[in-house]
Design a protein around this ligand. Structure first.
Ligand code: ZN
Ligand code: ZN
Ligand code: ZN
Length: 372
């Protein structure tokens, strides 16, 4: 069992930073339901239930966490009690009335609402608070979360090392005659040996490799197959995400050729990732290598995504995102080439930026691993 990584003081610092930003933007309060933002702010991994759970952070004053009474033990043991007063509602109460009466939600001014508060709750809040103007909380949380603290980077580095160790074991599981699903199950177990949760397992063999988000299925893996393995989990609250390519037997020359292009593209992307560079430049650097090699129309997705308490978060490494990269940002660099009906290759590492440049959090070799 992995213990929570964050130091006790960190959530309090996060709440204070949130309050400073609310004040700066003239927002009276931020409301969040169960979400990565709630987890990031309090350490409480609330379940997305039909029962109302809301964290209210006023620009001024003390945060309050409203939870259904049966969730109180989980909320209290999460550390949320260190940063918010926990208010509970009973099964026979109207939670919306409790929220309005006992949580102290401002009845005027601008309220920011977390992106994933269910419409069933937001619509009732809007009805109950006609004097309030509403804004998206996503922009505020993005600004707070997009640059990681040194504690967060250490947690991401540990998750990165953990998924390296899982990839090291993948050749044990890949055998001709086994289905993707059977292999995927063993990989999931190996992820759990190193993480608290499995986030996803992609085992895309042979022609299935040409679909970047292929769902691990019933196809039987045969000798000569190239297999794309893209896996990730959550360890101490932070995510891992890493892709490598395997071949059963000897690598076909055509596969070696596209794989070498992907390797060069991935290196070009990591080299381009420096503070001050627009995010889209990292995408362009990867894409240039693949286009020049003649496979431009087979690199069908963006180059990467930010990572932290969520698997996919800001910054997105995609054409059109001119946002400048900054020290503390963490994101994937994962170019690929997908040849329809034949195979695919993708190489993915997580990188973090410091003042000088980028550093990979995954250290395993990029070469195709031939499984004997
Ligand atoms: Zn993905
Ligand atoms: Zn991935
Ligand atoms: Zn990814």
């Amino acid at each position: 069992m992995v213990v929570a990584y964050l130091t006790r003081g960190e959530p309090l610092t996060r709440v204070r930073r949130t309050q400073a930003l609310l004040t700066e933007r003239g927002v009276a309060a931020f409301l969040a339901g169960p979400s990565a933002d709630l987890r990031w702010l309090t350490g409480y991994n609330a379940l997305p239930l039909e029962r109302l759970t809301v964290l209210a952070i006023p620009a001024d004053g003390d945060p309050v966490l409203l939870v259904p009474v049966l969730e109180e033990p989980r909320a209290a043991s999460s550390g949320a009690a260190d940063i918010a007063e926990i208010v509970t509602w009973e099964e026979d109460e109207d939670p919306m009335a409790v929220l309005l009466e006992r949580v102290g939600v401002p009845e005027q001014g601008l309220l920011a609402v977390q992106d994933r508060l269910w419409s069933v709750f937001l619509l009732r809040l809007q009805e109950a608070l006609p004097g309030v103007r509403w804004t998206e909380g996503g922009e505020i949380m993005r600004e707070l979360r997009v640059r990681k603290t040194s504690e967060e980077i250490a947690a991401l580095a540990e998750a990165g090392a953990a998924i390296d160790r899982v990839h090291e074991r993948v050749p044990e599981f890949l055998r001709p005659g086994r289905t993707e699903r059977a292999v995927g199950r063993e990989i999931a177990d190996a992820i759990l040996d190193e993480h608290d949760e499995v986030n996803f397992v992609i085992v895309a063999s042979g022609p299935n490799g040409a679909s970047p988000h292929h769902e691990t299925g019933d196809r039987t893996i045969v000798d000569g197959d190239a297999v794309v393995v893209d896996i990730g989990g959550t360890r101490a609250g932070y995510c891992s995400d890493m892709t490598r390519n395997y071949v059963l037997g000897t690598t076909p020359p055509e596969y070696a050729e596209i794989h070498a292009v992907v390797e060069a593209a991935q290196q070009a992307g990591v080299d381009a990732a420096r503070p001050g560079v627009p995010a889209e430049e990292v995408d362009a650097a990867c894409r240039r290598v693949i286009v020049d090699a003649g496979y431009g129309d087979m690199f069908v997705h963006r180059t990467g995504h930010g990572i932290g308490v969520e698997e996919h978060e800001h910054p997105y490494i995609v054409a059109g995102n001119a946002e400048r990269l900054q020290p503390g940002m963490a994101f994937s660099v994962e170019p690929g080439i997908y040849v329809p009906d034949r195979f695919g290759a993708r190489i993915e590492d997580i990188v973090v930026l410091d003042d000088e440049g980028s550093r990979r959090l995954n250290r395993l070799s990029h070469t195709v691993t031939e499984v004997a």
